[in-house]
Design a protein around this ligand. Sequence first.
Ligand code: COA
Length: 261
Amino acid sequence: MGPYANLLVDCADGLAVLTVNRPDKLNALNGETLDALAEFFAEAGTSGDVSAVIVTGAGEKSFIAGADIEEVSGFTPLEGRQWGLRGQALLHQIESLEKPVIAAINGFVLGGGLELAMACHVRVTSSNARLGQPELKLGIVPGFGGTQRLPRIVGKGLALELLLTGDPIDAQRALEIGLVNRVVEPECLMAEAKRLAARILRNGPLAISLTLQAVNRGMEMPLAEALEWEVAQYALSCATEDVKEGTRAFLEKRPPRFRGR
Ligand code: COA
């Protein structure tokens, strides 16, 4: 896979570690990087070599410090709309990937960086991280889904506090409000993200993919429809070889050998 502009990709044992690599700009997202991320996730979605993705930022200071302010300053309304749509499409692509995506948040995760992290399925965070949506400090509105995913994750009141003040919170507070899943010391971050990925990948690959779809699409539906959607995924999983292997392995008291069929 690759090479991609401003990205490093290290792929081994089904796990792709994707590093946004603009450390001089705290890994801020410019247009070239958005395009490269879209290209990477399109390939990761179809590649037989990738079963899960970890996203992180280069250097010790920052995951992603938001959109590249130099590039986005001075946008006309039309350019701003196109930029927002471009970012939203990328984040939808990440969220709807049928393979687990884990954000390993190393330091600043601000603006578009937090919006990207919120589109990932799980967030592991270093204890020195600072998380926030500082857009209002710049006089603009978040445009990569921050006004929508943040309240869905932490609730409307806390989301509005974060959005309206623009002030960042620390990792411990982010854990308390459910914005991140785990907090670990910086030197343990990648090991913890990899451990979590390995833990997930021990499960049936088709059931992982169907569960991601059940949750992601179901969350957008009224409950009755969402439950129908869930039962459709459940029924589909009943048709797989994996379910036969998983249940047989349990009864035979041995670990399953899933083949993703
Ligand atoms: N866009 C473009 N460049 C950025 C950036 C961004 N979002 N965030 C940081 N940078 C650049 C800085 O301009 C600086 O570049 P320089 O060395 O060429 O001057 C470099 O990254 C290092 O950042 P610096 O501000 O010197 O580091 P710091 O430790 O003093 O502060 C932050 C770190 C994250 C608090 C600060 O950089 C910041 O507030 N960034 C903007 C965050 C933001 O508003 N994001 C939302 C954008 S919509």
